[in-house]
Ligand binder design. Structure first.
Ligand code: TMP
Length: 207
């Protein structure tokens, strides 16, 4: 059986972590062997790169450096974890993948999307998620949840204008990729969001 690749996206405070656990449990109860991972990260090398990327004591990183580090972490992660798991027929659930680069570095930092296309081709070729779940929350909900969490990283210290661009970017990505990306209203209760996610997972399980 062919492995399936699911990515989970959303701005800060969209409830990804909670829903990630639900997705893993749901797939496992359907007898699917699942690898749960995240970006940036997922390997020893990529987690080290993550530490640099999120370090709030390094506020002045050039946006191109940030972009290249995201892809460096991704190359390692795809080659060491994602592709081997898919080749073995496992399902991979990844907390963020390349849509995050388009949303944050492309729409958020305003790096030309064509440059990101180029780096994506170079780094991972044709690999794409089979399903991307975009947990969409309003900026108010996002900011409120992030503030309550405290201990902000380099991205969480960004201003609301940045998050507006990132959210609009995610919505544009969903609009432009309707067959792959499902935008889910994540402002409701955890159960409501789970119901919407379950519908999408069932579609994939029944393909
Ligand atoms: P996380 O907090 O959801 O684990 O994600 C870490 C941060 O990294 C989050 O603020 C989004 C950011 N990010 C990018 O800017 N570009 C990317 O390509 C990825 C994967 C994450």
């Amino acid at each position: 059986m062919k492995g399936r690749f699911i990515s989970l996206e959303g701005i800060e405070g969209s409830g990804k972590s909670t829903q990630l656990n639900f997705i893993i449990d749901y797939l496992q109860t359907n007898n699917i062997e699942v690898v749960s991972t995240r970006e940036p990260g997922g390997t020893l090398v990529s987690e080290k790169i993550r530490d640099v990327l999120l370090d709030d004591k390094l506020p002045s990183m050039h946006m191109d450096t940030e972009l290249l580090l995201m892809f460096a972490a991704r190359v390692e992660h795809v080659k060491a974890v994602i592709q081997p798991a898919l080749d073995l027929g496992k399902w991979v659930v990844c907390d963020r993948f390349y849509d995050a680069t388009y949303a944050y570095q492309g729409y958020g930092r305003e790096i030309d999307l064509k440059r990101i296309d180029m780096l994506k081709d170079f780094s991972i070729g044709e690999l794409a998620p089979d399903l991307t779940l975009l947990l969409d929350v309003t900026l108010d909900v996002s900011m409120d949840r992030v503030t309550k969490r405290g201990n902000k990283d380099r991205f969480e210290n960004e201003k609301i204008d940045f998050y507006k661009k990132v959210r609009d970017g995610y919505l544009a990505i969903a609009h432009n990729n309707p067959d792959r990306v499902a935008s889910i209203d994540a402002t409701g209760s955890i159960e409501q969001v789970q119901t919407a996610i379950r519908i999408k997972l069932d579609e994939l399980l029944n393909e």
